[in-house]
Ligand binder design. Structure first.
Ligand code: TRP
Length: 452
């Protein structure tokens, strides 16, 4: 069977940017920036993205395009049928299931808030009561299961359509919508709370050395992996649908640039609200689902703002979820020669089931032994495991593989093919070879061998 390819270069960039731009940009980046005091943290994050994120992004796409296949088969093709590197492909597939299973639950909350924005549940309520809406949702097993199912069905529906007629087509429509909505919300903030906007500027752009801890530096590096969808074969899989005439470096610059832009704009549409209405930016994960609805309820046209915001969040999550599902789906297509419909439905059902404990995590009684053993619920365990360990380790191993084990001739040719940046090969290779050192520091710190 001929391998599917992207219809256009723009289609690939939008799909890959869609994978990168997700809850990590709109939900997580603003609150970790808040926790780390803004300014300097943002600067360090930008450094991590440029020096570690970009070279590994290029490496992942390059491996995928060179092999023209999804993670497990890609390592086999490039390094031999029984190469131990195929374990890295396996890690990617496992990661895809794990991340999508809980990602879908969070995305489901935004679907729920879209409905809440339509029926106005905040009218005449106190801030505590509005915050309580989220607590009720979080604890309701049936609501969580329902939204998890709805969100996953949307994802399955798109991936079912295939690379060009499903993923690319959806991203070509959804991504421009997302950009327009982000822009509209930033402009709204600027008009509605100019004072908050000015405060946000100061908060984000003024380096504040006091509040940044070494821990924050490591968090910045870890997040640069998560937000760029690196370390688990998602970019590799998308790269495998790319043609030899396309410019990998240029596309990567676009993807990384768009992802960073949206993260920054997300700060400029959340902090003006938060700072301008006397709230504190370091609110943890509740920032989006509790603090914002409270502020929205006091704004003129607040319900419309709320609607736009949560549609935006759902779209960002959807285009990321698509790429997660594509990793596991393409595994079954490439390795087991399944037809796409069968592969999508089977992976969809597995993810649905795997997400059940996360959907029920807020219910209290679910799996108390688990909570006792790990000190956190199922949902948090998955998130912690994936974004702290699996992705970091995956990125580390990918950089080592691409930097040291990929045959040099193939690597050089692939880097130059279709690219106007061919001359930068030594710069890229050098950065790629050094990047694992930075990641190793993070890993050592995490296992407690390094104290900062
Ligand atoms: N990048 C996504 C975000 O910012 C999350 C993510 C991490 C992801 N790894 C991924 C998405 C792999 C798709 C594929 O929210």
């Amino acid at each position: 069977m001929m391998r599917a390819h992207w219809g256009t270069r723009l289609g690939f960039i939008l799909a890959a940017a869609g994978s990168a731009i997700g809850l990590g940009n709109i939900w997580k980046f603003p609150y970790i920036t808040g926790e780390n005091g803004g300014g300097l943290f943002v600067l360090i994050y930008l450094g991590c993205v440029a020096v570690v994120g970009l070279p590994i992004m290029i490496a992942e796409i390059l491996i995928g395009r060179a092999a023209q296949s999804s993670p497990v088969s890609a390592y086999k093709r490039l390094s031999g049928e029984d190469s131990p590197w195929q374990a890295l492909g396996w890690l990617g597939v496992v990661c895809a299931f794990v991340i999508l299973s809980y990602y879908s639950v969070v995305a489901g909350w935004s679907l729920n808030y879209i409905i809440l924005s339509l029926v106005d549940t905040t009218h005449g309520k106190t801030p505590d009561q509005i915050g309580g809406i989220f607590d009720t949702l979080y604890k309701s097993g049936s609501a969580n299961l329902l939204w998890h199912f709805v969100f996953l069905s949307l994802t399955v529906g798109i991936v079912y359509g295939g690379v060009q007629r499903g993923i690319e087509k959806a991203c070509r429509v959804l991504m421009p919508m997302l950009f327009v909505m982000v822009g509209a919300l930033v402009v709204y903030c600027l008009i509605e709370t100019p004072s908050g906007f000015a405060k946000a500027f100061g908060f984000i752009l003024e380096p504040d050395r006091e509040k940044l801890t070494p821990r924050g530096v490591l968090e910045a590096l870890g997040h640069s992996f998560f937000t760029l969808s690196l370390g688990m074969g998602a970019m590799l899989t998308y790269g495998s649908y790319m043609s030899k005439e396309d410019d990998i470096t240029r596309s990567s610059l676009w993807i990384v640039g768009l992802d960073t832009l949206i993260s920054m704009l997300a700060c400029f549409m959340i902090f003006p609200f938060v700072l301008g209405h006397g709230q504190v930016p370091a609110q943890g994960p509740g920032l989006v689902f509790k603090t914002l609805p409270i502020i929205f309820s006091t704004l003129p046209a607040g319900l419309l703002v709320s609607l736009v915001f949560f549609v935006l969040l759902a779209l960002a999550a959807l285009t990321s979820a698509i790429s997660l599902l594509e990793v596991s789906t393409s595994y079954f297509i490439d390795e087991h020669e399944w037809e796409r419909p069968k592969a999508v439905l089977v992976t969809g059902v597995i993810t649905l089931v795997l997400g059940v404990p996360s959907a029920l995590a807020g219910g209290g009684g679910m799996l108390p032994e688990w909570e006792a053993m790990f000190g956190m619920n199922f949902f948090d365990t998955f998130d912690y495991l994936a974004s702290n360990w699996l992705l970091t380790f995956g990125g580390f191993a990918t950089a080592i593989y691409a930097g040291w084990f990929l045959p040099d001739r193939l690597r050089r040719e692939e880097f130059a093919s279709g690219s106007r940046f061919g001359k930068l090969y030594p710069v890229w290779l050098w950065t790629l070879r050094v990047s694992p050192v930075a990641i190793l520091v993070v890993l050592l710190y995490k296992v407690g061998l390094l104290k900062v």
